[in-house]
Design a protein around this ligand. Sequence first.
Ligand code: NI
Length: 407
Amino acid sequence: MSENPSAVRERIRTKVNELYSEIVEIRREIHRHPELSFQEFRTTALIREYLLRLGLKIEHDFLETGIVALLEGKRAKTERTLVTLRADIDALPVQEENNHDFCSEEDGKMHACGHDMHTAILLGTAAVLVEMREVLAGDVLFLFQPAEEKAPGGAKPLLEAGLFRHYKPSAIFALHCFPHLQTGKIALREGSLMAAADELYITVRGEGGHASAPHKVADPVLAAAHIITSVQYLVSRVVPPYEPAVVSISSVNGGNATNVIPGKVAMSGTLRTMNEHLRALLKKRLRQTVEHTALALGVKAELEIVDGYPVLVNHPETTRAVRQTSVAYLGEDNVEECEPLMTAEDFSYYLQHCPGTFIQLGTGKQEPYGTLHSPFFDPDESSIITGMGVMGYAAWSWLEARNAGIE
Ligand code: NI
């Protein structure tokens, strides 16, 4: 017998409201003590304690920080279905400039990307689903992932440590604070949502000398200027006009005197693409452009590319399912279509192995509000209610639908 979805929604809503003030306190506690990537020991201890209090067994410590816990639903069939809910838990090296009474107490560190919200919301979602375990048609894996903010990130080592060899989720869901959307709403997108982000390091080597005798030197400064300009032709002439892509050179370092041409200029930048084919093509063309522009100007240049996170691709089936359940939970007006974003996320690694959806959670208040990674980032805490509800109901519905398929 299947459960009545509207009765389930009401139960979730009631539980979410009951939990709200407790979860806000947890969020503030995490906010006061932000920890950088792979140093989330205090945060991990807090998560562990809460999950143990809920009666959940800590399943695995795949890495030194972060936690994985499993909730077994009581209506599961012998062929069990698993859904994974993920939160990232790390903070950024940013000095907080807000003046609320739960500001960061750690110098130069801040939850400026809302991972404190994500962590608190997932703890709250666990509390909701524990109460509903007798109507859960499968199992839920709560994945608290360290180190999203710093490449190579926490997702990749978790997968390498056997996360998906050990657990075989049929879907994975996560959400992220999105201050450009009002609280109470979420935004979704099927297919490519976030960019692959690769780091570019260019070294231009010439032969320095007296700036008054340019004919006797090989000038890396002039060549660097040409390289900066010439890589821009890639976006305007190599990338199809209907494909998003970014090439930015964002640092230039070389020379320190008016009358000396230096021997070397070092530059760095970023490449952002929305599909893996274009990503590979642009890497190749960037290398050619950098090397050959330098050669034409009588110097040598090398390009080193450090791979960042891959393109984040939301699976059509899970995304349609989340859209449907979120419309039922929040109402049609509160579920929007999301534009592609040129930022990156290591949730993309999970999506290479398992269908899933990354949800943008509206955390915007009336303006002004801080954007992500800003020292003034200040998400509307009442969005915690939306986040817990959407995640909890998506997990319940996904398992319910899969269970119906097994019957
Ligand atoms: Ni983030």
